[in-house]
Design a binder for this molecule. Structure first.
Ligand code: M6R
Length: 615
């Protein structure tokens, strides 16, 4: 949510900042801007639209400088306009700031600053902060202060309620960049005679191999060859430098048309990575050292709560069914955004799991923190190495799915489900799961990459089906048991990237209301791989047909639908434990091809951003 890049070094900052912004554009693409500083002269260029628009403007009006900050925006406060684009400059012209997050008390700040004579030209919360920094620089620090710039930023931030990742330039300080974070990720990349700032390692665009992850409540003074970090409370911070694994961070299209397409087709590999080294064939169980729990600790667990948002929340719903089915422990699934404020009673011996691809989703992070505050053991499944959620949880499992850039989550979802199955296997084998059931699950997991490959072969057929239905404006998605979360996921994918209204229901619920929607203009996607309830879902499909609704069946039992469905997408028949993963693939492809048919920008859908770091 909003991308920030900053550069200080010996080279021309503009191409480095623009390249970084392009890599971060998946975090927001409403507007983009850049501020450069050279010998006391500050220049700012910002514009509504994509990074390419900004790049064009910079080519027309080049300004060579070795210090700069830049931003790609996902609008929160204030509409999508040139004025509201970042960087924001203080009204005395001394500071330029880029900000990711939300300043909740900005109206009070603004009232105070207006009284002091500061003026405003945007509707953003961020402009209040840059002016507050200017105020502190002028009135609350003196030019005798050795670290006056840093101090002004630190003192201003003490008054901020809300979240921020910021990078700031000061006209008086042509050799320094200040950055700070609370609730929004910010990283400092270390190169030779240069330092970079970014909200994501991708923003370093391969220019730095070592990185410092700023923690909440830290402020950094950065020069081309040094970095000093203090806390908001003004104590020096000792930091560690971590190496970036660029293999996992690879974000190139590699010949694909879209990241979403590339990531759908990367699922066999992503699953292979998720399960590698985590299976014990001998013991017919999983090896999950990252959980940091002894088998004895695990046996004490009476209940598990899963928390997440969006697609990751759908993975939690699948986890619920897998863990209850195979490990026989009650599971509850919570929306992370609700969990934090609901103050639900949690019994002792409850384990809290959060799932987050980015590891930075603020709602999920706060749910994790709330659980920790209450004394619960917290574990996380994340894809982003060293992300805030993975650092703050008591233990967890990395997905190793590789960078997911497409805003619509695909490979991260199926890899999360595979990891949840490993957890079900692990806990199940500690309880009453037999060796042979454990073995069946392991065989199923091992077969997944190949079975996904086979399922991906449905792509040409799905492309044709997509042509037929792309003109429809309403869809129903139906499934039973663990195929209901897949119906939810299929509907979400379609909504996100094609802007078609889609709703998902447990198939049996349809007759209790949604059936009123059925008509020739509202097709239904029916997931039907659960043999136990096959007859039931076939009946539901018949109810749709009887009302002249089109049925697209995703099933491994095509015979059962031959006289009912308008289109049948046949998927391989697999072990019950992995059917959700197989079901997901055609649902993703259907959304992808329908969006293409409708001419939508699948990788940058309107109003969305990849990592949602605001509440
Ligand atoms: O990074 P996270 O997994 O925490 O993200 C959670 C959701 O914001 C995310 O899954 C979102 O729903 C995606 N756009 C779905 O495609």
């Amino acid at each position: 949510m909003c991308g920030i890049t900053g550069y200080i070094g010996k080279r021309d900052a503009t191409p480095i900042l623009i390249e970084g912004l392009k890599k971060l554009e998946y975090r927001g693409y409403d507007s983009a801007g850049i501020a450069l500083l050279k010998k006391g002269k500050m220049t700012v260029c910002k514009k509504k639209g994509r990074v390419d628009v900004l790049a064009g403007l910079m080519r027309k009006n080049p300004f060579k400088a070795n210090l700069g900050i830049s931003h790609t925006r996902w609008a929160t406060h204030g509409g999508v306009t040139d004025e509201n684009a970042h960087p924001h400059v203080s009204s005395d012209g001394m500071f330029a700031l880029v900000h990711n997050g939300i300043i909740e008390n900005y109206e009070n700040m603004k009232r105070f600053l207006v009284k002091k004579g500061y003026t405003f030209s945007s509707q953003t919360d961020s402009e209040a902060l840059v002016n507050l920094i200017a105020y502190h620089y002028q009135y609350r620090t003196s030019d005798k202060d050795e670290n006056r710039f840093l101090e002004a930023v630190r003192k201003a931030l003490i008054h901020v309620e809300g979240t921020y990742g910021i990078a700031v330039l000061c006209k008086d300080k042509p050799d320094e960049l200040v950055a700070a974070r609370k609730g929004s990720p910010l990283l400092i990349g270390i190169g030779k005679d240069e330092r970079l700032v970014s909200s994501d390692v991708l923003g370093f665009a391969g220019r730095a191999n070592n990185v410092i992850y700023l923690e909440d409540g830290q402020v950094a003074s950065i020069t081309k060859d040094n970095c000093d970090i203090i806390s908001i409370g003004n104590t020096p911070v000792e930091y560690t430098i971590k190496e970036i694994d660029w293999q996992l961070e690879n974000a190139d299209l590699n010949g694909a048309k879209h990241f979403m397409q590339k990531e759908i087709f990367e699922q066999p590999k992503a699953i292979e990575n998720a399960i590698r080294g985590r299976i014990s064939e001998d013991q017919a169980t999983a090896i999950l050292q990252g959980l940091n729990m002894t088998p004895n600790d695990m046996r004490q667990i009476d209940r598990i709560i899963f928390c997440a948002c969006g697609t990751a929340w759908h993975a939690c719903l699948v986890a619920e069914q897998l863990i209850e089915r195979y490990a026989r422990i009650p599971v509850e699934v919570e929306y992370a955004s609700e969990f934090r404020y609901r103050n639900i009673p949690i019994e002792k011996n409850t384990l809290v799991f959060v799932i987050s691809q980015s590891g930075e989703t603020i709602d999920t992070l706060e749910a994790l923190r709330e659980s920790k505050r209450k004394g619960f053991k917290t574990l996380a499944i994340t894809n982003a190495i060293a992300s805030t959620i993975s650092r703050e949880s008591d233990g967890g499992l990395y997905q190793y799915a590789g960078k997911e850039v497409g805003v619509a989550s695909t490979k991260a979802f199926t890899s999360q489900v595979a990891i949840c199955l490993l957890i079900a296997l692990y806990i199940g084998r500690m309880r009453d799961m037999s060796y042979s059931v454990g073995k069946d699950i392991i065989n199923a997991l091992k077969s997944l990459p190949e079975t996904i490959e086979k399922t991906l072969k449905t792509a040409p057929q799905i492309k044709k089906i997509a042509k037929k239905y792309a003109c429809k404006n309403d869809f129903l998605f139906l499934g039973r048991l663990d195929e209901f979360p897949i119906a939810l996921e299929g509907a979400l994918k379609l909504k996100e990237i094609s802007y078609i209204h889609a709703e998902a229901y447990p198939a049996g619920e349809m007759k209790h209301g949604p059936i009123a929607l059925i008509c020739p203009e509202c097709p239904s996607v029916v997931f039907a791989c659960a043999e136990d309830v096959l007859a039931k879902i076939v009946s539901n499909a018949q109810e749709i047909k009887a009302r002249k609704g089109a049925v697209i069946a995703i099933t491994c039992f095509p015979e059962a639908f031959k006289d009912i469905a308008d289109d049948i997408i046949t998927v391989p028949k697999v072990h019950d434990s992995i059917r959700t993963i197989i079901d997901t693939v055609p649902a993703q492809l259907l959304a992808y091809y329908i969006a293409l048919e409708r001419g939508c920008d699948v990788d940058k859908p309107r109003n969305l951003a990849k990592a949602v770091t605001v509440e």
